[in-house]
Write a protein that binds this ligand. Structure first.
Ligand SMILES: Cc1cc2nc3c(=O)[nH]c(=O)nc-3n(C[C@H](O)[C@H](O)[C@H](O)COP(=O)(O)OP(=O)(O)OC[C@H]3O[C@@H](n4cnc5c(N)ncnc54)[C@H](O)[C@@H]3O)c2cc1C
Length: 376
């Protein structure tokens, strides 16, 4: 239990415990994904009010602050259920504050769950030049490639980060642009899955004509918008990492205290106890980092560097905890389908998503050396 949470949050935490017990208990989870079960979870989450916590009031939501979301995300990840990710409804992401046609055609249907969005940020390694768009009076012409568009196959539209220029080549800064997946000139270069089981697309954009209404914000706002959203998502990844650690510790407690073929529970061995204690110590540290950062994030001060530090620490911690848990559980933990085998694959990708950890490290150093920012 995280310390010193206000009573109001403790009540919400307790409601989430009830929700989890009724809807996400591991025993009742099928091994194979069931779409009916997904829909049931969404219905139950709407009835319990959790679904709306990532949505703004203008969409009928009851938005939670980042401390509350961190607490709930950690709780959900600690179930290790494949359905946990359906408890919260879709958030606006980079489309927050969209107005006019952009809101009507993309944001509103996204929030109602009628359309799906994917995010095109990462450029291919062999790109000659980053994806760019030329702004004419009524439209943009977008050209380039994006190499890693998660869930692109099921998306209706992609929010693409481009470098914007005018018709005579004058640079106008970065911009997020909404591109329909079925627009002329959009192609799928490759569909692939990653180690964690995620499905992705590599996409091409060949002089795609996009109406100016699809510009998200103003020229120059592309990268700041992407980064604003990314700070929230990085905290989410950190909360999920700590949730995973909590699940692993609970799993190990059962495993190590159960009968072992040697005649002694493994928890009776001092060497095993030492390793298990280290995992608890590290998780305690990680959880402390997570909640301190979430508290900073709801305050008024800049916490970009702390959120990056938290994402790095918690994702790397989850990697170490799962790796040690595999070791303590023995070879059966690596059999395909074992929960630790699945987690072992899943946690590896966390060190890349929402900013590769080493690049975030560089940002933390830059924050201090160049901008005088960052807390200890
Ligand atoms: C599961 C998964 C889902 C993803 N989903 C999406 C998505 O939906 N949309 C999207 O746009 N992208 C997505 N990505 C891509 C992800 O954002 C990138 O993998 C990540 O930003 C790193 O970029 P890269 O893979 O091109 O690696 P590179 O930028 O080539 O870097 C590789 C490594 O080189 C080192 N390195 C690179 N630059 C420097 C430097 N300047 N100084 C020191 N070291 C450096 C770092 O160790 C880095 O990890 C996803 C990735 C994964 C694994």
């Amino acid at each position: 239990m995280p310390d010193n949470l206000p009573l109001s949050l403790l009540k919400i935490r307790s409601s989430m415990e009830d929700f989890i017990a009724s809807n996400l208990s591991l025993e009742s989870d099928e091994l194979e994904f069931s779409d009916g079960r997904r829909r049931d979870i969404i219905t139950a989450s709407k009835a319990a009010g959790f679904y709306y916590k990532t949505q703004s009031q203008e969409f009928g939501g009851q938005p939670a602050n980042l401390l509350e979301l961190t607490m709930l995300r950690e709780q959900l990840a600690a179930t290790n259920s494949i359905y946990a990710r359906f408890v919260f409804g879709p958030g606006p992401g980079v489309l927050h504050q969209a107005r006019g046609k952009l809101k009507q055609d993309y944001l509103d249907p996204l929030m109602r769950g009628e359309k799906q969005m994917a995010f095109g940020f990462t450029e291919p390694e062999d790109a000659d030049r980053p994806t760019f768009a030329v702004l004419d009076n009524s439209h943009l012409t977008l050209t380039g490639r994006k190499s890693y568009v998660t869930e692109g196959a099921s998306a209706d539209f992609i929010s693409v980060l481009v470098n914007l220029e005018d018709t005579i080549g004058k640079k106008l800064g970065t911009l997020m642009v909404v591109v329909d997946k079925d627009a002329q000139g959009v192609s799928i270069e490759n569909a692939f899955t990653s180690l964690d089981g995620g499905a992705h697309l590599a996409m091409g954009f060949d002089a795609v004509q996009v109406p100016v209404d699809n510009m998200v914000g103003k020229p120059g706002e592309g990268m700041p918008r992407a980064l604003k959203n990314i700070a929230d998502v990085r905290l989410m990844v950190a909360a999920e990492s700590i949730g995973i650690c909590l699940w692993v510790l609970a799993y190990l407690e059962k495993k190590l205290t159960a009968k072992h073929r040697s005649g002694h529970a493994l928890a009776d061995r001092e060497g095993v106890r030492l390793r298990y204690a280290d995992l608890r110590i590290e998780t305690y540290v990680g959880r402390s980092v997570l909640y301190r950062t979430a508290r900073l994030a709801i305050g008024k001060e800049n916490s970009v560097n702390e959120i990056s530090a938290c994402k790095i620490y918690c994702t790397e911690l989850a990697g170490r905890v799962v790796d040690q848990a595999v070791q303590l559980s023995g070879g059966q933990a690596l059999i395909t389908g074992h929960p630790l085998e699945k987690l072992y694959r899943q946690v590896r990708s966390l060190r890349f998503v929402e900013g590769a950890n080493d690049l975030l490290r560089l940002n933390i150093a830059k924050g201090k050396f160049d901008l005088g920012l960052g807390k200890l």
